[in-house]
Design a binder for this molecule. Structure first.
Ligand SMILES: [Zn+2]
Length: 341
């Protein structure tokens, strides 16, 4: 089976955008804020958005199941206060849960957290508990920069983040390190801010000793790990200079890279540099880069094509498609085993 560990509900019905626009417009006048009950989306509307988009592409391209989280660029943790983020996260997570109920064989949810700059991360725990215990979420997305491009939160290795890590260890769930919209004009959201954040996360983890405190904590670094695999020699060298253990020990027991790299040469590099056991299949389809690559004639985010052509053996390919995901997402593995898969 082929598990895509990186999908977002980028095609959610328009009513969601409209509700959010009203919420944002009312930030300075909370009495005008829309109620959660005012958002009305039918099951048929959800089905329509998926059948036309993600499900159609999954069927055409041949992937089976997607770990599905709310639209990342819409998390926008920099907007409003904790209360605004909290209501918004609850709505988005409920929607992904409904997707997983309508298509239990195709979508398994991952949670968005109600993060807010400067707020204690313990405030995210009730939503995370609800997502895991009531909605069956198998992972979460952790935004290392809730400011949206100003980077004023402590690094991921700081104790600021520990309440979330403690919960992740308790639940045995991984986090994808995933920023949201950039509100800094210097950083294009998906072209710069995303890739910067992936790279930044790797360097923060090298500088710190987080996995000494949390040996079973697992992070997925999306978008192929940003610039890190391309510059792996630099990172290995920096780690040596800092008297850190080899990256195979220091990082690769806890850190995984997805395959959201949108050309063959990028995947060839990823599979050559990063051990296959640390690579997870993903497409982030119907996401940042839509359209057909004139060089290949296929859509940029049709990442399965690159894995099929990469110089790896069938056993390694199976690990990338399925085996590694079952290891990194034990709750997903348990869910599949319960269904006899
Ligand atoms: Zn994403």
């Amino acid at each position: 089976m082929i598990i895509d560990c990186h999908g977002h509900y980028t095609t959610a019905p328009k009513a969601l955008d409209e509700w959010r626009a009203r919420q944002v417009a009312a930030i300075n006048n909370p009495s005008a804020a829309p109620k959660r009950s005012e958002l009305k989306i039918s099951d048929d509307e959800i089905r329509e958005t998926l059948e036309k988009n993600q499900l159609r592409l999954m069927r055409e391209r041949g992937s089976d199941l997607t770990i599905f989280s709310p639209r990342a660029s819409f998390m926008a943790h920099h907007i409003g206060d904790f209360q605004v983020s909290s209501t918004w996260a609850a709505i988005c997570n409920e929607l992904c849960y409904r997707v997983s109920q309508l298509y239990p064989d195709n979508f398994v949810p991952a949670a968005m957290l109600p993060q807010s700059t400067g707020v204690d991360t313990a405030s995210c725990i009730p939503e995370l508990e609800r997502c895991v215990n009531e909605y069956g979420n198998v992972a979460l997305n952790l935004n290392p920069d809730p400011s949206g491009g100003h980077w004023n939160s402590p690094p991921l290795t700081d104790r600021y983040w520990y309440p979330i890590y403690e919960k992740m260890v308790e639940y045995d769930i991984p986090a994808m390190i995933h920023v949201s919209t950039s509100c800094n004009a210097c950083f294009h959201t998906t072209g710069a801010h995303y890739i910067n954040a992936d790279t930044t996360a790797i360097m923060q983890l090298i500088e710190g000793d987080l996995f000494r405190d949390f040996p079973s904590l697992r992070f997925v670094i999306p978008h192929g790990g940003g610039a890190a695999p391309y510059h792996w020699g630099r990172y290995r060298g920096l780690a040596l200079g800092m008297k850190k253990p080899l990256l195979s020990e220091h990082l690769l027991k806890n850190v995984y890279f997805d395959t959201c790299v949108y050309h063959q040469a990028g995947i060839d590099l990823l599979t050559r540099v990063i051990p296959v056991d640390n690579i997870l299949f993903a497409s982030e389809m119907v996401g940042a880069v839509r359209g057909i690559d004139p060089e290949s004639g296929f859509e940029f985010d049709d990442t399965k094509r690159y894995i099929e052509t990469a110089a790896i053996n069938p056993e390694q390919r199976d690990k990338i498609y399925e085996g590694n995901a079952r290891r990194v997402y034990p709750r997903l593995d348990a869910l599949l085993k319960k269904k006899g898969k």
